[in-house]
Design a protein around this ligand. Structure first.
Ligand code: NAD
Length: 248
């Protein structure tokens, strides 16, 4: 049976690279996106061009009703989910603690934390053997910021990734006996459009000389780790974290 994966935030960046690599491995791919319908359609078209199956699924992962509707559409459109990549995430303008508002903090947490929880919940409802599911695997895209704290830039974002790490640990233990593995990857500085949201599109190039490997990473390098964590090659791995940060 074809494996079905949902990748959140899959219209660009790490999510896009992961969706394409999973399709190459034979997965049918739910391509979640927030706004950019054309970019999501492009990912679907690329997957179909390589002979794969994909479905664009519009949903704000921070919105419970939209998440439930997305999972229902995935069930109908591609079949039972066997893998989830929680990837959709945001950060805001670089700033210190004095400028952080409740509105901004809650916005970051609602996408990066509540969104991950909701997608895990809907996935476990479908995968858990106690509900008649077949098990499966979840990968949460965390960040090296969870370890480093992002001082003076976006502690709110770093803290949201700390919560993702705790979600990964707790859920891995909660569902290990249900045939579900839950792991995380912590990327470092990766060349994507996300850094523009922090006000510094060229951030990776500015900081790269301070990294042990002296270069930024690519979305494809992160995708390789995610695909491995989802695969049967990682069948005894759960509650684990892989750093993809060039030694940082
Ligand atoms: P990106 O901005 O290119 O991609 C993020 C995607 O998530 C976008 O397509 C965006 O539309 C989507 N998204 C945002 N909010 C959403 C919502 N509420 N609902 C649905 N989709 C939503 O950035 P990226 O670098 O590819 O980031 C992917 C993941 O990797 C994020 O979780 C990010 O925190 C993490 N990460 C990135 C880096 C990096 O250096 N780029 C480093 C560490 C971790």
């Amino acid at each position: 049976m074809t494996k079905v994966v949902l990748v959140t935030g899959a219209s660009r960046g790490i999510g896009r690279a992961t969706a394409l690599l999973l399709a190459r491995q034979g997965y049918a791919v739910g391509v979640n996106y927030l706004k950019d319908e054309a970019a999501a359609a492009q990912v679907v078209a690329e997957i179909e061009a390589m002979g794969g199956r994909a479905l664009a699924l519009r949903a704000d992962v921070a919105d419970e009703n939209q998440v439930v509707a997305m999972f229902n559409a995935l069930d109908v459109g591609l079949g039972p989910i066997s893998a989830l990549v929680n990837n959709a995430g945001i950060l805001c303008q670089q700033t210190g603690i004095e400028q952080l508002t409740a509105e901004r903090i809650n916005k970051v947490l609602s996408t990066n934390v509540t969104g991950y929880f909701l997608c895990c919940r809907e996935t476990v409802k479908r995968m858990a053997q106690r509900h008649g599911g077949q098990g499966g695997a979840i990968v949460n895209v965390s960040s090296a910021a969870a370890r480093l704290g992002a001082p003076g830039e976006y502690i709110d974002y770093a803290a949201s990734k700390g919560a993702v790490d705790t979600l990964t640990t707790g859920l891995a233990l909660e569902v290990a006996a249900q045939g579900i593995r839950v792991n995380a990857v912590r990327p470092g500085l990766i060349y994507t459009e996300m850094h523009a949201s922090g006000g510094e599109p060229g951030r990776v190039d500015r900081v790269k000389s301070s990294l042990p490997m002296q270069r930024g990473g690519t979305p494809e390098e992160v995708a390789e780790i995610i695909v491995w964590l989802l695969s049967d090659a990682a069948s005894y791995v759960t509650g684990s974290f892989i750093e993809a940060a060039g030694g940082r």
